[in-house]
Design a binder for this molecule. Structure first.
Ligand code: C2E
Ligand code: MG
Ligand code: MG
Ligand code: MG
Length: 280
């Protein structure tokens, strides 16, 4: 309509803005429904040791298949959930489900290493977060030594003093802590040594160009070297090719995760990775 009416280009923008906010509202209400109807579910992606080739853990990733919108990416609905105040409910649900799954694997004698759960900034900033984690572990029976929490850099840095105290408590319980998407936030490297963390996950944008992209090879090598110097394990995410895996292994990266090994899958589809072996 705006095109026909050349004098008033504003109409075009207003209309598309409205359409956008209507779409957003629809998405919001669909997300509310999805939570009520239990339409969210978890898939799991294995993490592999470069040294032994064994599975060292599984990352739980949230999925939402909406009847109207189709598969909505968590990269879209997690930020939305944060904005509209649904992240606490979703976060608690994910943590509980993932811990239940870990405990089920334990009962089945499956050697799964650790279950890793992504934690949103608003979750970790809540004063009750540590208690919630402790409570969930107690309820589900999963030992803290089977849980890992992944937090992105920017969240860690938002209130480093507060967050760091909470992370330290979690660490003392035996929970491992990873910085997710490392290299994409504002890394103040001085916080890195203060934060009680165990792992750095190199962001997949740096893995993508390996081994040909000279910038990415330099960055990946530097993160691995720095991580090791700080006594941290370094994980590469988004490994898609043999060449990337070879490069990372040659450069002593510790763990790998990516489509080269496995896409995130439903528990029933993970049988190749679920080995029953004695834990030690
Ligand atoms: P993330 O935690 O960094 O997870 C890695 C993302 O990369 C996942 O996308 C995963 O499916 C994808 N991925 C894994 N391997 C490859 C690969 O080889 N190539 C490519 N191109 N991608 C790969 P996904 O599942 O869409 O999740 C996107 C983001 O949404 C996650 O990034 C995480 O930040 C967030 N997220 C997912 N589930 C949850 C959740 O339960 N809670 C919170 N707070 N955030 C979540
Ligand atoms: Mg993650
Ligand atoms: Mg990541
Ligand atoms: Mg990410």
């Amino acid at each position: 309509r705006a095109k026909q009416d050349g004098r008033n280009n504003c109409a075009f923008y207003t209309e598309s803005l409205n359409q956008e906010s209507v779409a957003k509202l629809k998405l919001q209400s669909a997300l509310h429904d999805a939570i009520e109807l239990n339409a969210l579910y978890l898939v799991y992606q294995p993490k592999i040791s470069f040294v032994t080739g064994d599975v060292v853990g599984f990352e739980a990733l949230l999925r939402w298949d909406d009847p109207a919108f189709g598969a909505v990416s968590p990269a879209v609905f997690i930020p939305l959930a944060e904005k509209i105040g649904l992240i606490q409910d979703i976060g608690r649900w994910v943590l509980k489900r993932a811990c239940e799954q870990g405990q089920r694997w334990r009962e089945q004698g499956v050697n799964f290493g650790r279950i890793a759960v992504n934690v949103a900034g608003q979750q970790i900033q809540r004063s009750s977060f540590v208690d919630e984690v402790a409570e969930t572990l107690k309820q589900t029976g999963l030992p803290a030594s089977c849980l890992e929490l992944e937090v992105t850099e920017s969240y860690m840095m938002s209130e480093p003093e507060l967050v760091s105290q909470d992370l330290a408590k979690l660490g003392l319980m035996g929970v491992e802590l990873s910085i997710d998407d490392f290299g994409t936030g504002y890394s103040s490297l001085s916080y890195l040594k203060k934060l009680p963390i165990h792992k750095l996950k190199i962001d997949q944008s740096f893995i993508a160009g390996l081994p040909l992209d000279t910038h990415n090879t330099a960055i990946a090598k530097a993160i691995i070297a720095m991580g090791h110097a700080l006594n941290l394990k370094v994980v590469a995410e988004g490994v898609e090719t043999q060449a990337q895996a070879d490069f990372l292994k040659d450069n002593l990266c510790d763990h790998a995760q990516g489509y080269f090994y496995s896409k995130p899958k439903l528990v029933e589809e993970l049988t190749d990775f679920l080995h029953k072996a004695p834990r030690n």
